[in-house]
Write a protein that binds this ligand. Structure first.
Ligand SMILES: [Zn+2]
Length: 496
């Protein structure tokens, strides 16, 4: 009976019948400009949270808006049968800024525009489209009467690094208790080739500043004797890493980095990644390497040292012969699983002090790297449902970016986190002309519905794989306070 409602034919019909409603809902969500980085958009965030809660109720769920010191989190819940497993789908409903005045948008970014099977607008692929796709997957699962409790967790601060997420979900951990989390906020490598991240890079922001004077001075009067803070910082940066190869020269920086396994490299090769496609998607004129596997290793499996900006001196037209009094370099390091952000910061601090004692190192925000679950019943369930929906088994690749909420959910909810992203490189993630498409949405609805059926078939969480060795290897501490109460004994037995 269950299977009948979730066959390919049934789910294709479900998607077809849901299409108009899906498009109307995506339009509603896209047209609320939930730009989390923009303090003038607080009302839109509130409106977005209200719309999210109303939508959950419209779909027959119970909705709650969780207040945090920052933007709210919206949770939705369908069913709470203690004999059934519970699965939570995480998405975020905040978006990157967008402007038709300053960026090459072909349409108004906050006006939903349908062009055939494509949906244009900020947030369509990141991450409102996938969130609503999951919601329709939930609808299909409910209609099929699956013995599984379903939850959504919708964040409104992902694009600014989830500053309030941990506090928000810790405070509500008891009611957010779940047996596993499915994150839908990642990108495939190519259309028709489903891919799931097996790990996410972390991030450590840093700033270097140097002050050697008080005001601009004339280089004719003082040049030769005066120190130049921009040039000294440039020298220091080039001592930290080789800008040609990207190799970091700070001793201890690579400690803990585990190279990809043979199986991972095999998945990388089968992912559909091409250097030409990568260059085209990101409008590069040249790269540090043109070897496909080398590019993949660099963007997914290796840490980086990146210079984002240099502040100081004269930047107007022509040359003005000043010696600036101060300068700043903005830096971040992408970190890979098993690297310790603390150790990296200490190593860089030691190195900087030894090379130039007047330089100040300012430690900025951090997101921990994440080693994903690629084996066990949940990973198998993801594989089977994606293969069912997209006719091809997904490959496990790494994700070069960071999703802070993932590490937080694993830590606070103490359950395994798996991924089922739907976005494609041509969807313009964080870029102008962001879009989503019906092929991914309709396939996604089927993939979610089948995943819920797989989880229902697994039954109670004692049979579900623990969060994996990664948490232990990272030294994740047992949850304190509300999280501990919330976690179910069976799901926590992991222990290793
Ligand atoms: Zn996203």
């Amino acid at each position: 009976m269950i299977a009948e409602k979730l066959t390919r034919e049934a789910l294709t019909a479900f998607a077809r019948e849901s299409r108009e409603a899906f498009e109307a809902l995506l339009k509603e969500f896209v047209e609320v400009p939930t730009v989390s980085v923009d303090p003038t958009k607080k009302d839109a965030i509130r409106e977005g949270a209200k719309l999210a809660a109303e939508t959950i109720r419209r779909f027959g769920g119970e909705a709650r808006v969780l207040d945090t010191p920052g933007n709210p989190i919206v949770s939705g819940s369908w069913g709470s049968n203690p004999d059934w497993p519970t699965v939570t789908v995480y998405n975020h409903l905040d978006v990157q800024p967008a402007s038709r005045e300053t960026e090459p948008w072909e349409t108004e970014p906050f006006v939903f525009t349908k062009r055939g099977d494509r949906y244009l607008g900020r947030g369509t692929t990141d991450d409102k489209g996938p969130a609503l796709t999951a919601l329709f997957g939930i609808k299909a699962a409910l209609e099929a009467g699956l013995p599984v409790n379903l939850r959504v967790l919708w964040e409104f601060e992902e694009e600014i690094g989830s500053p309030s997420f941990e506090r928000g979900i810790s405070a509500a951990a008891a009611e957010l208790a779940t047996d596993s989390v499915l994150v839908s906020d990642t990108i495939w490598i190519a259309r028709g080739k489903p891919a799931c991240p097996a790990g996410l890079r972390g991030l450590q922001g840093l700033r270097l500043t140097l002050e050697t004077g008080t005001t601009d001075q004339h280089s004719g009067v003082c040049g030769g004797a005066a120190r130049n803070p921009i040039a000294e910082l440039m020298k220091l940066v080039s001592e930290c890493f080789d800008a040609t190869t990207g190799r970091v020269k700070v001793p201890g920086f690579y400690d803990g980095v585990v190279p990809p396994t043979k199986q991972e490299l095999e998945d990388f090769r089968r992912s559909g990644f091409t250097v030409a496609g990568f260059k085209k998607d990101h409008l590069f004129k040249s790269l540090r390497t043109n070897d496909a596997l080398d590019v993949m290793k660099r963007i997914w499996a290796m840490p980086t040292f990146e210079v984002h900006g240099v502040v100081g001196g004269y930047t107007g037209p022509g040359v003005k012969t000043v010696i600036p009094p101060r300068a700043e370099v903005k830096i971040s390091c992408r970190l890979v699983p098993n690297q310790s952000a603390d150790k990296v910061v200490k190593a860089i601090a030691r190195f900087v002090k030894a090379r130039n004692k007047d330089v100040q190192l300012h430690v900025e925000g951090r997101l921990d790297p994440y080693k994903g679950v690629t084996t066990g019943p949940l990973a198998d369930a993801v594989k089977r449902s994606m293969k069912f929906a997209f006719k091809r088994e997904p490959v496990f690749v790494r994700e070069g970016g960071s999703i802070g909420a993932v590490v937080t959910m694993e830590k606070v909810l103490k359950v395994p986190v798996v991924f089922m992203g739907l976005s494609l490189p041509e969807h313009g993630y964080h870029a102008p002309n962001e879009n989503f498409d019906w092929e991914q949405a309709s396939g996604g609805m089927a993939a979610f519905a089948r995943y819920f059926a797989e989880v229902a078939a697994l039954g109670k969480p004692s049979r579900i794989a623990p969060p994996g060795k990664a948490a232990a290897a990272r030294g994740a501490k047992p949850a304190k306070g509300p999280a501990r109460k919330a976690a179910r004994p069976a799901a926590r037995k992991s222990g290793k």
